[in-house]
Design a protein. Structure first.
Length: 69
């Protein structure tokens, strides 16, 4: 995911089912996927839950803001 050809492409990582008790936190997800090692791309990571509507608006805003890139 840290290839030069991907440098201009933002990366959105979603941890679904954030309403469940055994979920990973956003920090744990970042660590598990080693996202901090990707330094040449914009990366955003959200915990989401469709059931509780957690972060859905933030994700949509993120997508809309970057749809022209």
């Amino acid at each position: 995911m840290d290839r030069p050809t991907l440098n201009a492409i933002p990366l959105l990582v979603l941890g679904n089912k954030s309403d469940l008790p055994n979920k990973l936190s956003v920090d744990e997800l970042i660590d598990q996927l080693d996202l901090k090692s990707i330094v040449r791309r914009e990366i955003s990571c959200y915990g989401i839950s469709a059931k509780e509507e957690t972060n859905l608006e933030a994700v949509l805003q993120w997508l809309v803001a970057r749809s022209g890139k």
